[in-house]
Design a binder for this molecule. Structure first.
Ligand code: UDP
Length: 330
């Protein structure tokens, strides 16, 4: 049965890919976004309600008009460095905002929520690969706010008010192969877009943060998951939630670690040009290695990443960025 899904933050990078995937299988994504960082032109697969998640009246109107079966909640402040400088803003947007979402769901008797959590809830790993039962000890404000929301979800589920899936993303990357939606942040801090920019000759050399880690080439290791695979994971989580009514937390990654320098090799291979780089010191707050144990996602959701080989991730990201990097890029 086709569902109507309220997609909070659906004008952003990951939310837009999830909205596209929902529409692709016949569901209706209704996007609610305040467009503070999301883009109007990323909302193409259903209606856009321009509102803030802290606006209870706007929620009530949306629930009344569309009667959504479930909520997917992507709306959040996400840039780790900014969170360190503006913690109150992060707590307000991410935690107070999510409490407003849960109150609206309770008032309007909507039970199912798929929540965008993060591997940042684990903090520095004491054991790899990271399993869902690894202690949650975030080391930055961003991770703290996501953990706080996970705790609120757990309490609300125990209270019989909602059922939730907390999806802990590893490194979301890549873009829709159609080239219509992709990753753009202002300012851009993420590795792959920065490496593509540098390869295209824009803005000078990129910085490589740390080459003295105890990893195979000295640079950090991350688990890059294609945004289309992430989107597919949301659909699987939603289906499991509606079938079982059982709440759960689940990693979404590939289970494979790739180093920063290996990513730069992949960028050079795709773009066909060197990535000008400056080897800099470590970035505060970076864990040396993060990669997921994907056993739960595989066994309980049937999750199988299809597009997350690093070459394909970079290829799809390049297809999105290349025409936007005018006039330097080919
Ligand atoms: N990184 C880098 N240069 C950049 C951006 C990121 O060396 O311009 C490194 C960063 O230190 C980390 C990895 O790339 O080890 C992934 O960083 P990103 O910000 O993309 O994602 P995060 O893992 O912080 O969520």
């Amino acid at each position: 049965m086709a569902k109507t899904v309220l997609v909070l933050g659906g004008a952003g990078y990951i939310g837009a890919h999830a909205a596209k995937a929902l529409a692709g299988r016949g569901d209706l994504p209704v996007v609610l976004d305040n467009l503070s960082s999301g883009r109007r032109d990323f909302v193409r697969w259903g209606p856009l309600v321009e509102a803030d998640i802290r606006d209870g009246a706007a929620f009530d109107a949306v629930f009344k008009t569309y009667r959504p079966d479930a909520v997917m909640h992507f709306a959040a402040s996400i840039e780790v460095g900014i969170g360190e400088r503006k913690p109150i803003e992060f707590w307000n947007n991410n935690v107070a905002g999510s409490l407003s979402v849960l109150s609206a769901m309770q008032r309007n008797r909507c039970r199912s929520i798929v929540f965008s959590s993060t591997c940042a809830v684990y903090g520095t790993p004491s054991l790899l690969p990271l399993r869902e039962n690894h202690p949650r000890r975030p080391i930055n404000t961003y991770g703290q706010t996501k953990l706080a929301v996970e705790c609120a979800l757990e309490d609300a589920a125990r209270g019989g008010i909602i059922d939730f899936a907390a999806l802990r993303y590893f490194n979301a990357s890549g873009a829709s192969p159609d080239g219509d939606i992709g990753e753009e942040h202002e300012p851009e801090t993420h590795l792959i877009p920065n490496a593509l920019k540098a390869a295209a000759g824009i803005g000078g050399p990129m910085q490589v943060f740390g080459t003295d880690y105890a990893t195979r080439d000295g640079s950090c290791v991350r688990d890059f998951i294609h945004v289309d695979d992430l989107a597919a994971g949301h659909l699987l989580a939603l289906d499991r939630l509606s079938e079982t009514g059982e709440s759960f937390a689940c990693n979404l990654g590939t289970g494979r670690g790739v180093t920063v320098l290996e990513v730069l090799d992949a960028v050079e291979a795709v773009v066909g040009r060197p990535v000008p780089r400056k080897l800099s010191g470590r970035r505060p707050g970076d864990a040396p290695e993060l990669y997921a144990d994907v056993g739960f996602a595989r066994d309980h959701l049937g999750f199988r990443p299809r597009s997350s080989a690093i070459g394909q991730v970079v290829q799809d990201a390049w297809r999105y960025h290349a025409p936007r990097f005018t006039p330097v890029a080919a």
